[in-house]
Design a protein around this ligand. Structure first.
Ligand code: NAP
Length: 260
């Protein structure tokens, strides 16, 4: 799936200015958007991926261009391996290569195991884990060819460590993402570094459904007494992107929640 603006932008961009380029999955909103903008601030061209929010993705592209970087919006459901490959190809076509991948796209679902359907379990795994495998695999030839210290960053969750009573499939998917991170770090060394960020609670649409009582309960477990901001997660991703001696690591960013 392509947005019409993507088609136009793609042919117009045929990369010539030699900037490093990144693919950020799920970057129309929330944490992914903050990561995409941070990469633009740091001099990267960015492929902004979305599943259904074409207008929001186009707005992120505009913000990136306002920062002086090139960008394309690419509609692709990254839980589908063919679509994931099309996303990577679109980025490579637009920018002449891919130097960094951020596997950020993710969905959650609150349901107790007794009511959880196997198809829901599969869907969460497809979006949160299989997508990271598919996008990373598709990007490998470009990452291997990169001379810009290529790396991959996977966005996991604090729930990978703690588990979660009403979203076991989400927690399991985020745990699998950490194993995938360490496995790919070994697979692709020494050429490509692979790390993960595991955020705690962050103010995005994903956490926007909390009742005041639920939010109070969650805040009681966070020593800094607030949710994180998307840009604070983007800071961690940028650190891992630039940390030339770090691979196979998970950076926990949670306001102290994990130590409690
Ligand atoms: P969000 O605000 O709900 O945004 C999700 C993003 O992912 C959107 O851009 C969405 O695209 C995209 N997306 C979802 N499914 C997709 C698919 N199949 N293919 C392509 N794009 C897809 O979520 P968020 O809070 O920013 O979360 C970002 C990541 O951080 C997720 O992996 C999440 O699990 C993780 N995380 C979040 C928190 C938190 O508290 N928010 C905590 C820990 C970890 P559309 O706009 O087109 O739907």
């Amino acid at each position: 799936m392509w947005s019409s603006s993507t088609q136009t932008t793609k042919s117009a961009l045929a990369r010539c200015h030699g900037m490093p380029a990144a693919v950020v999955t799920g970057s129309s909103r929330g944490i992914g958007k903050a990561i995409a903008l941070r990469f633009a601030d740091d001099g990267y061209d960015v492929a902004v991926n979305y599943r259904s929010s074409a207008d929001a993705a186009d707005a992120v592209v505009d913000e990136i261009r306002d920062r002086g970087q090139a960008a394309v919006a690419v509609g692709a459901d990254v839980s589908n391996a063919d679509a994931a490959a099309r996303l990577v190809d679109a980025a490579a076509d637009a920018f002449g290569g891919v130097d960094h991948v951020v596997n950020n796209a993710g969905v959650d679902q609150h349901v107790v195991t007794e009511d959880l359907e196997p198809s829901d379990f599969d869907r969460i795994m497809d979006v949160n884990v299989n997508s990271a495998f598919a996008v990373t695999k598709a990007a490998l030839p470009f990452l291997h060819a990169s001379t810009a210290d290529p790396s991959v960053t996977n966005v996991s969750s604090i729930l990978a460590h703690t588990g979660a009573a009403i979203e076991c499939h989400y927690a399991a998917s985020k745990g699998a993402l950490l194993s995938l991170t360490r496995s790919h770090a070994r697979d692709f060394a020494p050429g490509i570094r692979v790390n993960a960020v595991a955020p705690g609670h962050v103010e995005t649409d994903m956490t926007g459904d909390r009742s005041p009582a639920e939010k109070r309960e969650e805040l009681a477990a966070i020593p800094v007494d607030r949710y994180g901001r998307p840009d604070e997660i983007a800071d961690a991703v940028a650190y891992l992107r630039d940390a030339t001696f770090v691979t196979g690591e998970t950076l926990n960013v949670n306001g102290g929640e994990l130590m409690c």
